[in-house]
Design a binder for this molecule. Structure first.
Ligand code: COA
Length: 261
């Protein structure tokens, strides 16, 4: 319960597998996942990947918001280097990390990463795969993979470019530039920088704001926003569904009657 703080204490629903790599707190409208491998700076190993797939399966079946964070002042120090050391071509072609991060990026409802401390390598790519990132002042994003003789193959080579532009992305990928919290904020990589002790509360406040929107509207907006090649057909199809919904009529009636969200 330590990692999810007051939020976890309020709900009392935290599941803490003894020694497991994730702390998972389930709420009616959101799931809070804390990466938890303190001895390895939350490095992402096979067990963590398996458990994150389980979380994805649950969120695909029962769409809710996702808050992803790291235990103990680190988001995640990358993929587990001891495991990477042993992987060969066939494992690379399996896309062990990239498929998971894609699955997270395609979750039906919005996802928020609350990044305190290091988000390096695969840890950074996991944060890049989320819809919105919040940072503490010590947040540091970087992709040191070439220094280990490998490529940042789980999204950094294209997602980071989409997030901050090719010039900065190449500085990170090719020149080892690390983006501290202020740089990340200035570049739009993170939405906000907040003191570490307020980070989870602020992330929950952001999710509260999202949760006040129409859930189907939120879901379709994410789907359409991520389908750039499908425009404008996808937009029209999504709008056609929403225009027929009781939720839309109720919300617009409330606005026209003088209520404000
Ligand atoms: N994979 C496996 N183990 C890792 C790890 C990773 N990505 N990152 C950290 N660890 C382990 C360390 O080996 C160390 O284990 P030990 O206590 O058994 O020696 C432990 O976590 C603590 O790491 P340490 O380096 O002592 O902590 P630090 O606070 O001084 O530094 C980092 C933190 C994140 C700057 C540093 O651990 C680091 O650079 N990690 C690797 C980052 C990286 O290259 N990621 C890309 C991987 S593709």
């Amino acid at each position: 319960m330590t990692a999810t703080g007051s939020a976890a204490r309020e709900s009392g629903l935290t599941r803490e597998p003894p020694g497991g790599p994730l702390l998972v707190e389930e709420r009616p409208d959101r799931v809070v996942v804390t990466l938890h491998r303190p001895a390895a700076r939350n490095a992402i190993d096979a067990a963590m990947i398996r458990e994150l797939h389980d979380v994805c399966a649950a969120l695909e079946e029962h769409p809710r918001l996702l808050l992803l964070t790291g235990h103990g002042g680190t988001f995640a120090a990358g993929a587990d280097i001891a495991e990477l050391r042993e992987r060969g071509r066939d494992q690379a072609l399996q896309g062990i990390n990239s498929r998971l991060f894609d699955r997270i990026a395609r979750l039906p409802m919005p996802t928020v990463a609350a990044v305190d401390g290091y988000a390096l390598g695969g840890g950074a790519e996991l944060a890049y795969a989320c819809d919105v990132r919040l940072a503490s002042p010590t947040a540091t994003f970087g992709n040191p993979e070439p220094g280990l003789g490998i490529l940042a193959a789980a999204g950094a080579c294209w997602r980071l470019r989409e997030l901050v532009g090719a010039s900065v992305a190449k500085q990170v990928l090719l020149a080892g530039r690390r983006l501290g919290a202020d740089d990340a904020y200035r570049l739009g990589l993170v939405a906000e920088v907040v003191p570490a002790e307020d980070l989870l509360d602020r992330a929950h406040a952001l999710l509260d704001r999202m949760a006040r929107s129409g859930p189907l509207a939120l879901r379709l907006t994410k789907l359409v926003a991520d389908s750039s090649r499908a425009h404008p057909v996808a937009d029209d199809l999504a709008q056609a569904i929403l225009f027929e919904s009781d939720d839309k009529r109720a919300r617009m009636d409330a606005f026209l009657a003088g209520g404000r969200p």
